[in-house]
Write a protein that binds this ligand. Structure first.
Ligand code: ADP
Ligand code: MG
Length: 347
C-alpha cells in the first residue's frame, strides 16, 4: 500500500520564524547587527538609543549613504544583500555583513521601521513580519538611515519573557558589545543613550578620533588606560597590536570582563587567545586578569568568518603559529615589568 509521505517541506513563513530566532539571539546581537550596518554604510556618526533598556525599542541612527528607493523592498528580504553576489565573494569581503539576514530576522522578531535618505527628501518605511512594506511615507531627514526595532522578541514568547526577566543583564551585554565596536572604530563617533521614563542617560560616547588609544580612553576611561601598555607584534602572517594591562599589582582586574579581541577589525570571541593572554599575565599577577584590547590583522584568505550566525567565532589558518609567537612576545613584554614599583609604572 502506498503511504503518504511523512517528510514535507515546512512552509516559508514558519521557516522564516524558526531561522530568525537563531540569527538574532539576544539584545546584544540585535544592536550589533544594526551598528555593523551603519559602519558598512560609511557612517561617521552613529547614535544608539535604547528605550527602557531596549525592552520598548532600540534605535540606531547614522549619517551613512542611506538607502535608495530601489532597495526598499529587498532591504528586509531573507538573504538579500548589497555586499556579496556569490559564495566566493566571502573570502574577500571587507564589510561586517554579507548574509542579508539581520533586517529580515528583525522583522520577524519585532516591529521594524526605517527612516532613510540618500540626500533628498527621506522616506519612512514600516515593515510587516514577512519583510513586506506595510507603509511608506515621505519624511524629511538628512542623508543617512535610522532603523528602529520595537518590542524585540515579542513573537517568541519564551525568549521574550526571559529577555524582560534579565533585562538589565541583557542591556549590559549589549553595551559591552557596542563598546567593543566603539573602541576599534576610528574616525567614527558612537553616542549611546538609554531613555527610561522619558529621562535620558548617556551611557558612553566616543569622539570619532583617529587612534585606538583615544577610543579606549573615551570608552574605558583614563585611569584604566594608564594601567595598560602598548603591544605590537608582527611575523610573516600576523600583525597584532593594541593595549594590555601591565603585569603589576592592581593593574589587572578580578575577572576577565574587559577583554576585547578583534580579527581584521571584527570583534570576536577567541578562547585560545584569551586563555593564552590570561595564563601569561597570571604568571606575574596570580589573582588578576588583564584588561586587553588586541587587534589582529591577517590576510583575508587566511580566515573563515562564516562559522556562526553572529560571526564572532572565526577559523584562522596557522592559529598555533599565532599563539606561539604571541606567547613568546608577551612573555618578553611582561618580563620588562618584573621588579618595577607600582608607583613608578603608574606615574
Ligand atoms: P547584510 O548586512 O548582511 O547585507 P542586513 O539584513 O543587515 O544584511 O542588511 C541588508 C541590506 O540593507 C544591506 O546589505 C545594506 O545594503 C542595507 N542596509 C542595512 N542597514 C543599512 C544602513 N544603516 N545604511 C544603509 N544601508 C543599509
Ligand atoms: Mg548587516
Amino acid at each position: 500500500m502506498l503511504v503518504a509521505p511523512q517528510i514535507k517541506g515546512i512552509d516559508k513563513s514558519s521557516v522564516h520564524n524558526i531561522c530568525s530566532g537563531q540569527v538574532i539571539v539576544t539584545l546584544a546581537t540585535a544592536v550589533k547587527e544594526l551598528v555593523e550596518n551603519s559602519i558598512d554604510a560609511g557612517a561617521k556618526a552613529i547614535h544608539v538609543t535604547f528605550r527602557e533598556h531596549g525592552a520598548k525599542a532600540i534605535e540606531v541612527s547614522d549619517d551613512g549613504k542611506g538607502i535608495s528607493e530601489a532597495d526598499f523592498c529587498g532591504l528586509t528580504l531573507k538573504h538579500h544583500t548589497s555586499k556579496i553576489n556569490k559564495f566566493e565573494d566571502i573570502s574577500d569581503v571587507s564589510t561586517f555583513g554579507f548574509r542579508g539576514e539581520a533586517l529580515s530576522s528583525l522583522c520577524a522578531l519585532g516591529h521594524l521601521s526605517v527612516l532613510t535618505s540618500t540626500g533628498g527628501l527621506g522616506t519612512n518605511l514600516c515593515y510587516e513580519k514577512d519583510g513586506s512594506i506595510a507603509k511608506s511615507t515621505p519624511h524629511a531627514r538628512p542623508k543617512g538611515t535610522t532603523v528602529v526595532i520595537e518590542n524585540l522578541f515579542q513573537s517568541l514568547p519564551v525568549r521574550h519573557r526571559e529577555f524582560l526577566k534579565n533585562l538589565k543583564k541583557e542591556f549590559h551585554k549589549a553595551i559591552d558589545a557596542l563598546q567593543a565596536y566603539a573602541m576599534v572604530s576610528v574616525n567614527i563617533r558612537i553616542h549611546c543613550i538609554n531613555i527610561v521614563n522619558k529621562r535620558k542617560q548617556v551611557i558612553f560616547s566616543t569622539q570619532g578620533k583617529s587612534t585606538l588609544k583615544d577610543n579606549i580612553i573615551d570608552v574605558l576611561g583614563c585611569p584604566l588606560f594608564k594601567n595598560l601598555t602598548f603591544v605590537d607584534y608582527t611575523d610573516s602572517i600576523f600583525h597584532v597590536y593594541g593595549y594590555i594591562s601591565k603585569p603589576l599589582p592592581k593593574h589587572g582586574r578580578g575577572s576577565a570582563d574587559k577583554q576585547y579581541f578583534y580579527i581584521n577589525g571584527r570583534p570576536c570571541d577567541h578562547e585560545k587567545l584569551s586563555k593564552t593572554v590570561n595564563s601569561i599575565f597570571r604568571q606575574h599577577e596570580k589573582f588578576q586578569y588583564p584588561v586587553c584590547v588586541l587587534v589582529i590583522d591577517i590576510a583575508k584568505n587566511n580566515i573563515d568568518v562564516n562559522v556562526t550566525p553572529d560571526k564572532r567565532k572565526l577559523f584562522i589558518d596557522n592559529e598555533n603559529k599565532l599563539i606561539e609567537g604571541l606567547t613568546k612576545y608577551l612573555e618578553e613584554v611582561f618580563q620588562k615589568f618584573a621588579g618595577v614599583f607600582v608607583e613608578q609604572s603608574s606615574a
